[in-house]
Ligand binder design. Sequence first.
Ligand code: URA
Length: 239
Amino acid sequence: MTQADYRDMMKQAGKYLDYQKDLFGEELFLENPDIFQGNQHSHSFGTLNELKEAIQDCQKCPLSETRTHLVFGCGNEHANLILIGEAPGRDEDLQGEPFVGRAGQLLDKILAAIGFQRKEIYIGNILKCRPPNNRDPLPEEIALCMPHLMKQIDIIQPKIILALGRISAQTLLKTSASLGQLRSETLDFKGIPLMVTYHPAALLRNPHWKQPVWEDVQRLRNLYDEIVGDKPKWQPTKK
Ligand code: URA
């Protein structure tokens, strides 16, 4: 093993331990101890496709028994912006793509209103498989699924994260604060600016959240222009 290989292996091991600590505190679960035995490539997913292939038959939790498809995520591997929802619903489970149902159509409109197309960003979820009857994800499901999302974020290296809805925001920020409390600030997820807004499905049920969402996404677009600045300057044209 060369020194560079050794450094790489130690880096991988450090990252793995950080994931474990973030998810489970001081308790250590050695899901795949190969990285400590010289096989530094066992945890190294260079691309989203490699990661997708590695987890597509995931059976870590019982949701794998009821899913039609594992919904990995979609969009641009090099996206500057990643949107993170809660979990696939019925349409997403059937089609294997995130946010393709009514909430997804609304999300596309919200994105278009601030000058984004789905293909230029990345969209993922806290859980990759649909909870029966769209119930809230269980803490153990979240704990088992989060390492997948963490690896996706690690590969994409987004410059901004938008958490869609309470479950996503509370999970990523490890807080029990309400969405109302979290939504008007720019927060931090491991050094990446994170903003929060209402979930589009909640917006379909409560249209009075349209105005706060509009305010949130305008702030998101302004922050994007400030940090990334790879698009023509944006001006709001519609509400
Ligand atoms: N709701 C979510 O949180 N994610 C989806 O992919 C679809 C609906």
